[in-house]
Write a protein that binds this ligand. Sequence first.
Ligand SMILES: NC(=O)c1ccc[n+]([C@@H]2O[C@H](COP(=O)([O-])OP(=O)(O)OC[C@H]3O[C@@H](n4cnc5c(N)ncnc54)[C@H](OP(=O)(O)O)[C@@H]3O)[C@@H](O)[C@H]2O)c1
Ligand SMILES: [Zn+2]
Length: 350
Amino acid sequence: MQAVYFEQHGGLDVLRYGSVPDPVLGPGEVLLRMKAAALNFNDIWARKGLPRVALPLPHISGTDGAGVIAALGPGTCGVSVGDEVLTYCVNSCRLCAACLAGEEVFCKQMRIWGFQTGPWDGSYAQYAKLQVQQVAPKPKHLSWVEAAATSTSLLSVWRMLVTRARVMAGETCLVWGASGGTGSFALQLLAALGAVPIAVTSSPAKALFCERMGARHVILTEQQDLHETVLGQVRALTQGRGVDVVFDHVGATVWPTSVECLRWGGRLVICGATEGFEANIDLRYLWNKQLSFLGSHIGTHREWIECLKMVEQGKIRPPVTQVFPLAELAKAQAAMERRDIMGKVAIDCA
Ligand SMILES: NC(=O)c1ccc[n+]([C@@H]2O[C@H](COP(=O)([O-])OP(=O)(O)OC[C@H]3O[C@@H](n4cnc5c(N)ncnc54)[C@H](OP(=O)(O)O)[C@@H]3O)[C@@H](O)[C@H]2O)c1
Ligand SMILES: [Zn+2]
């Protein structure tokens, strides 16, 4: 089959488009004829390599996809060849206490499909294999690229805001990196929950996009005046009180600002650190303001089904703004690395 893959970590030049071995199905697995895939920033981490994270090589990335079931492995039940499905990125043992309790994210064998699985595994290919538990019927009103873009970002956002931060109607939430995949789903979900999303973004075009995604207020920043601008506007928008919740995936560069922007008793929920893993904090804020810092990673099968219900009901729409053919995945990743994207970027695999 044709796929985009890399055999060593590095820059965009390590990506190859060419012929690779077809997936071989094991028990309980399904083969998908991929129709579409969608980008996530973990594709960039996978290609570049991360400290203390060993990824299988050769690597086909791609954590999100949608396609048609083409074959079933031994002992697979509940789906049929020809079913149109989208993917759930959590691969786990399905047998341990965590899995049986519906907490796959705490399974010792949990691996993110297309990131930690492999070799030759992931959605940037003509065919891909997954556990049967990792597929669900494609919502009929979505296009293939929208279906592919519905998975990992939305799932992660759901766990962050609903399960971890327990956002309530009327609460204010500061959303960093608001125009990207994770950020734009966060704006939509906050609006659907009746909360007040305050978006932080980096260009006037992105600010308009954030408004379309549901931002009640948008703070436009340049890197050099980020702290003063965001803190000043948050204070003005909240009558000096601070926000109830901060939604973060940017990390080190925004952490001190987040801590100051929170109201007393506020919650910060974080799933990533695009701009650095090592953050500084004056610990006095933590106890004096009685803050809660909440980590969040991917999401459970139950949370994924909850997300899909919101999508089925039309309360959330996957924000696909660009589609690239599979052979041009490197161009799509280049745009993501340049911070030159809005919403979700999808790949046509058909
Ligand atoms: N652990 C999890 O479960 C989980 C799940 C999803 C994502 N993540 C992490 O969350 C982060 C965002 O992922 P994503 O897929 O949403 O990425 P994305 O679609 O590229 O969005 C990231 C956004 O962050 C902002 N940003 C700030 N500094 C940036 C920089 N140096 N480079 C690029 N963008 C920057 C940009 O928005 P503005 O220009 O509007 O500021 C950008 O659009 C990544 O670190 C990813 O690994 C973690
Ligand atoms: Zn398990």
